[in-house]
Design a protein. Structure first.
Length: 319
């Protein structure tokens, strides 16, 4: 098997690669050629979380698992709190084929999913991008969104305002004017990306204008929430995978209070393969509930492995 360490990923997988790989994966899921196994997520105590996201893609010839979690004590040890590694196996034999560092890949595949939703569901004339959140993932999200629409301005809100200048620097790099705003000013946005670890809704229905596309990317666990449930219920809801959306995604709250019918949630893959038209009117609010599926991780890890083989990079070991 090939070991591809975290340090090599940036030179092997680009945001464009991640976009193409995740798009192909969502389409394979919609065609029934790929499916995710149930997510395992366990609290280890002292704030530590650990879990597994896995799946099989028959058309892409991919089988594997991302193992990882959140270890709040790591920062004091000089390593990052989020840790993850992707393991790939030969779907015909079960033999391990690769072990790949999963940190940057997670950010790339998550930003790609959000960008695919903006590409397919946001109005073509979207000009103002709203960012809710300014942590590690937010910069990747901003860069990916800027690739799919001609934004002219970025407005941003974060619970911790001291984190916003770092996001502003990325907007400046992209040549986009950046303004920190109160949540009420999100009515000016055509597209809003939410990427926080919030346990309660920040973004309310009153903060949104008709015709907005929301990419809700932060809620990936039971109990997290970024957006008011009534706003989710009033939107046309799309997701990476319905089973995750209703259990660990942003839609969990609206489904739990019965204001949203799980059967009305559309997999984004259905839009990609032409089974669903996506946005129907300019005034419709579309919402992508990006929960993060294991198959996304396998797809980008497979790109890293292919490139590493082509360039004779990584370390080969017998297991
Ligand atoms: P981070 O720790 O770097 O940043 C956390 C962000 O949440 C910051 O903007 C912070 O100000 C904000 N925040 C913290 N507590 C808050 C609260 N009580 N109310 C509102 N905002 C609050 O984290 P990150 O790596 O940027 O990840 C952000 C979120 O995205 C996390 O919830 C993470 O689990 C999730 N995530 C989702 C996917 C996916 O596929 N959907 C992938 C990776 C990360």
């Amino acid at each position: 098997m090939l070991i591809v360490p975290e340090a090599l990923i940036a030179s092997l997988v680009s945001p464009e690669d991640a976009f193409a790989a995740v798009e192909a994966t969502f389409a394979a899921m919609a065609r029934g050629e790929a499916y995710n196994f149930p997510v395992v997520r366990e609290a280890l105590g002292e704030g530590r979380q650990y879990g597994f996201k896995s799946g099989l893609d028959r058309s892409g010839h991919m089988l594997g698992v991302k193992a990882g979690g959140y270890f709040p004590g790591n920062a004091a040890k000089g390593i990052i709190n989020h840790q993850s590694t992707v393991f790939l196996f030969d779907p015909d034999t079960g033999r391990p084929t690769a072990m790949v560092g999963g940190g940057l890949l997670t950010a790339l595949r998550t930003a790609a999913a959000s960008a695919i939703s903006i590409d397919r569901l946001a109005r073509q004339d979207a000009r103002v991008l709203g960012m809710v959140g300014a942590g590690h993932q937010a910069g990747f999200q901003l860069r990916a969104a800027a690739r799919v629409r001609r934004f002219e301005k970025v407005i941003a809100w974060n619970l911790h305002p001291d984190m916003l200048p770092k996001l502003g620097a990325i907007a400046a790099e992209l040549g986009l004017p950046f303004e920190a705003v109160p949540l009420e000013r999100m009515v000016e946005a055509d597209v809003i990306v939410t990427i926080t670890s919030s346990p309660a809704a920040s973004l309310m229905a009153a903060h949104i204008s008709p015709g907005t596309h929301l990419a809700c990317m932060g809620t990936d666990t039971k109990g997290k929430q970024e957006v008011e449930a009534t706003l989710v219920a009033a939107a046309s809801v799309f997701t990476d995978e319905v089973a995750q959306s209703v259990s660990i995604g942003e839609a969990q709250h609206a489904v739990a209070d019965a204001s949203l019918d799980a059967a009305s949630i559309t997999p984004l893959g259905d839009v990609l393969i032409g089974r669903h038209p996506g946005r129907r009117t300019a005034s419709e609010i579309t919402l992508f509930d990006g929960t993060g599926v294991g198959l996304q991780d396998l797809a980008v890890a497979a790109v890293a492995v292919q490139r590493a083989h082509e360039r004779s990079l990584g370390t080969r070991v017998e297991v």
